[in-house]
Design a protein around this ligand. Structure first.
Ligand code: ZN
Length: 283
């Protein structure tokens, strides 16, 4: 016993006194401070995951998501931070940043996040919201400006792809599915920066999107196409102008309510060239 003790020494490790082998190198003060900070952070995590606030929020998110994994649709057993709490501690209880996941999907998501963090792969991704009048040339503008590693969300083009019909023949039952795409895309964009550019083609501004993606490089643009030109173009394309007039009027109303204030007006140079009217949705 005595002989064993002789080979040991007392050391402070993580703020606790412990016996270690005499040959053990004692950590420097800087290590100790690092460890103390890390332990404190870890204990905050542990405390958080045991807190009543988290357990309640967790329950609410499972109910909201019907206990279905938001990635694969199987039964969900846990609630995931879309942006890891490690990266965004402030949003740890924000339900917009939470989703139900199954164990497998959570495992792969976490693995990917860890790899990304290690590689420090932070792309300079720009998200551009393109909103405004139907017929103003938003889809064409985006196609003209998008690069090869971009993501485009465009309601009409998705509708066309999912129904096999021309993009403007809206099928109300498919609408829900496209809405799900949109919500999933916005959540994923909050969590990761995988693209060079993301283009979100929509008609009306979306406040929820702006708040969710506030930490991103977010731009808002609208085209300078006049309302008259839009109407001309819509009728040229044999669109249902009567019902679309309501949409045009709603855009005007939102403009009057300053909802478009953050949108930068950009020139729709293509439109002026007359040839633009060829809109081909047969992909
Ligand atoms: Zn899953």
């Amino acid at each position: 016993m005595v002989s064993t003790m002789a080979n040991k020494k007392l050391a402070m490790i993580n703020g606790r006194r412990v016996l270690v082998d005499a040959a053990t190198k004692i950590r420097q003060d800087s290590d100790r401070q690092y460890n103390q900070a890390r332990n404190q952070r870890q204990s905050e995590y542990v405390k958080f995951y045991h807190s009543a606030a988290w357990l309640k929020t967790r329950e609410q998110v499972l109910i909201r998501d019907d206990s279905i994994c938001q990635r694969c649709g199987l039964a969900a057993s846990l609630v995931d931070h879309i942006i890891p709490s490690e990266d965004d501690w402030d949003d740890r209880l924000n339900q917009d940043n939470l989703q139900a996941l199954c164990r497998d999907c959570h495992y792969w998501k976490t693995r990917r996040e860890t790899t990304k963090r290690k590689k420090g792969q932070q792309r300079a991704m720009t998200i551009t919201v393109v909103a405004g009048y139907p017929g103003s040339g938003k889809s064409t503008y985006v196609l003209d400006h998008a690069g090869s590693h971009d993501l485009i969300y465009d309601y009409d083009r998705l509708m066309s792809a999912l129904t096999g019909q021309p993009g403007h023949d809206h099928n109300i039952d498919v609408n829900d599915y496209i809405q799900l795409f949109y919500e999933l895309i916005v959540r994923k964009l909050k969590a990761e920066q995988t693209f060079d550019n993301v283009w979100l083609v929509m008609t009306y501004p979306d406040d929820k999107l702006d708040s969710l993606l506030a930490s991103r490089d977010l731009r808002h643009i609208m085209l300078d196409t006049s309302k008259d030109d839009c109407i001309k173009r819509l009728s040229h394309d044999k669109r249902d102008v009567i019902s679309l007039l309501k949409v045009l009027d709603k855009v005007d109303k939102l403009k009057a309510e300053n909802k478009f204030d953050k949108f930068k007006v950009v020139k729709n140079t293509k439109f002026k060239k007359k040839k633009v009217f060829e809109f081909n949705f047969d992909i």
